[in-house]
Design a protein around this ligand. Structure first.
Ligand code: NAP
Length: 294
């Protein structure tokens, strides 16, 4: 699993990296690659068993003893607060935060937070997590925040009156909206962090045959994953841009960009709308009950 992803020589010794959604797919490969470079890595998962197994796999593949895990289900904002409390009680710095956890829901799921589930898991929880960790992140001399988005963001739109998607739910539409929100958030946070040493960038990892396409398609999921196998890239290839943004000296100090295949590229026109980004920020503060302080 590791060999392709771990081929950079960037030195990550002394750095603390937290990777969400690191119990499978590109998140696990990213976490393993950072551990292989000497970083202290915190795998964030939602299942105790899966997280423990992931840590063991990464430790045996990399020989690192500096891999640990914390738990949080991103469908529950209280668990984001608990995750941050646990982190703070064990660590005093955070150099790299990779908001990688993500899910796709074929059928609409209601939540208690005024948004449907895709928006909560893929966007609102990472928004809250990032803001709750921001003071610790700012203590690092050159911290990096990396938001895993998708080129699906290009088909996304935001309707603040219908964040619950009570009307017109379609899984890919909800997914695209959450991924657009990831990029609007990235650009707005970069503006708010101007003058600090913290960078924040978003990325599209490529089309990869991972579990994300299997979970909600109980019948056609395995077939979809099999079809994707013909044109999709490997998870190792998919993790490369995350690893690059987390570790390469090439991107030191670069912020507010969207990367595909380790190159900064343009995202959709809508993703650059600063009014929309400010509105999203303020709605997100209200929905998450968090007055973000960046
Ligand atoms: N695969 C692609 O083609 C593709 C394309 C563009 C963007 N992306 C993005 O890449 C990121 C990683 O996806 P992947 O392809 O590696 O898929 P994956 O293998 O399904 O990994 C997703 C990770 O997110 C975690 N997760 C899902 N729901 C969660 C929740 N409620 N709380 C906490 N963690 C949760 C999963 O945990 P469990 O292990 O417990 O399920 C898993 O570790 C996602 O943000 C995805 O949107 C993927």
């Amino acid at each position: 699993m590791m060999s392709n992803a771990a081929n950079s020589t960037a030195d990550m010794y002394g750095k603390v990296c937290l990777v969400t959604g690191a119990t499978s797919g590109i998140g696990e490969i990213t976490a393993a690659a950072l551990a292989a470079r000497g970083a202290q890595v915190i795998v964030v998962g939602r299942s105790h068993q899966k997280a423990e197994d992931t840590v063991q796999r990464i430790q045996s593949e990399t020989g690192s003893n500096s891999v640990h895990y914390l738990l949080a289900d991103f469908a529950d904002l209280q668990q984001i607060h608990d995750l941050v409390s646990s982190f703070r009680s064990q660590y005093s710095r955070l150099d790299v935060l990779i908001n990688n956890a993500g899910a796709y829901f074929n059928a609409r799921r209601q939540t208690a937070y005024g948004v449907e589930m895709t928006f909560l898991v893929n966007y609102l929880s990472p928004f809250l997590l990032t803001n709750l960790l921001l003071d610790v992140i700012k203590m690092s001399p050159a911290a990096r925040i990396i938001n895993v988005s998708s080129d699906a963001h290009q088909y996304g739109s935001l309707d603040f009156n219908n964040l619950e998607f009570k009307r017109g739910y379609f899984g890919m539409k909800a997914y695209a909206r959450s991924k657009l929100a990831n990029i609007l958030f990235t650009y707005e946070l970069a503006r708010r962090l101007k003058g600090s040493t913290v960078t924040v960038n978003a990325l599209h990892p490529g089309h990869i045959a991972t579990d994300i396409w299997r979970t909600n398609f109980s019948v056609i999921g395995p077939i979809l994953k099999w079809i994707m196998g013909f044109f999709a890239i490997t998870p190792e290839e998919g993790a490369r841009t995350s690893i690059y943004l987390a570790s390469s000296p090439d991107v030191e100090g670069l912020t507010g960009q969207y990367y595909v295949k380790r190159e900064a590229v343009q995202s959709s026109t809508l993703s650059y709308d600063q009014n929309l980004a400010r509105q999203l920020w303020s709605v997100s503060e209200q929905l998450s009950g968090q007055a973000a302080s960046s």
